[in-house]
Design a protein around this ligand. Structure first.
Ligand code: NAP
Length: 257
């Protein structure tokens, strides 16, 4: 199950999991056409996928989606908690609606889906033919789980919250044989941050923050997600994997600070 898989990073993760042999539940909220395109691509490449509509911030919709996915595919092995939004504003002007909506989707939505998945993993237990653990949860966080971000305090607070949600869940669910980790993307070319890369001037400015001098592609995150979900990562638990071209190296200090 990949949440927010109708666009950008989630769509790439869904496609890559499909190529790796997973049956993929493609969650979307507002864009069915994006979700059906992803389903078509996975199916065309020989995989199995279905689209499921749910606003991850709504408990009843999340429960219904997990039930429908289980009915379709029989079971659940991997959850990628990717759905996320930005509602940017200077702090002095940020409305409560902007604050609440970002926290509801990015943090509460991730909590609701992780809880639903973990309950299913515990109930079913380990299927040794598929994995040495009962299930895997991956959060798509952000470099802004550690880098403060003026003008985006709702987003940074949601991602900082995800970091300790992930680590605390990892502490609690490790003994239940559920593997929990995060991926923190840096600047990735998707619709969420189009103004930051769509003109040459904007991209040049953005590259000042990226030591490897390349804006990331959704595929960079998708490859990392497939590895983290695989048995090759079976001893990786409770960590954030930064896939950011070095953005968290604070490149502004490269010249001596
Ligand atoms: P995107 O292209 O805008 O995709 C966002 C996805 O989230 C869409 O599929 C959208 O689905 C879904 N979504 C939004 N609200 C939802 C809700 N209430 N319920 C279910 N799904 C919902 O953005 P993206 O860049 O791929 O972002 C994916 C994740 O990566 C986010 O968590 C973001 O914070 C994180 N991230 C991105 C970057 C970057 O540079 N792009 C960097 C760091 C972290 P619908 O359109 O169908 O509603």
């Amino acid at each position: 199950m990949v949440t927010g898989a109708s666009s950008g990073i989630g769509a790439a993760i869904a496609r890559e999991l499909g190529l790796a042999g997973a049956n993929v539940s493609v969650n979307y909220s507002g864009h069915p056409e994006g979700a059906s395109q992803v389903v078509q691509e996975i199916t065309a490449s020989g995989g199995r996928a279905l689209a499921f509509k749910a606003d991850v911030s709504q408990p009843s919709e999340v429960q219904a989606m997990f039930l429908a996915a289980r009915d379709a595919f029989g079971t659940l092995d991997i959850l990628v908690n990717n759905a996320g939004v930005q509602r940017d504003a200077p702090f002095l002007e940020m409305t409560l609606e902007q604050w609440n909506r970002v926290l509801e989707i990015n943090l509460t939505g991730a909590f609701l889906c992780a809880q639903e998945a973990a309950r299913k993993f515990v109930r079913r237990g380990i299927c040794p033919e598929r994995s040495c653990v009962a299930g895997k949860i991956i959060f798509v966080s952000s470099v802004h789980e550690v880098i403060p971000w003026a003008g985006h305090v709702n987003y940074a607070a949601s991602k900082g919250g995800l970091m300790l949600l992930m680590k605390s869940i990892a502490q609690e669910l490790g003994p239940l044989r559920i593997r929990v980790n995060s991926i923190a993307p840096g600047a990735i070319k998707t619709p969420i941050n189009r103004p930051a890369w769509e003109t040459p001037e904007a991209e040049a400015k953005l590259l000042g923050l990226v030591p490897v001098k390349r804006v990331g592609e959704a595929q960079d995150i998708a490859k990392a997600a497939v590895w983290l979900a695989s048995e090759d990562a079976s001893y990786v638990h409770g960590v954030t994997l930064f896939v950011d071209g070095g953005m968290t190296l604070y490149p502004a200090f490269a010249l001596g600070g």
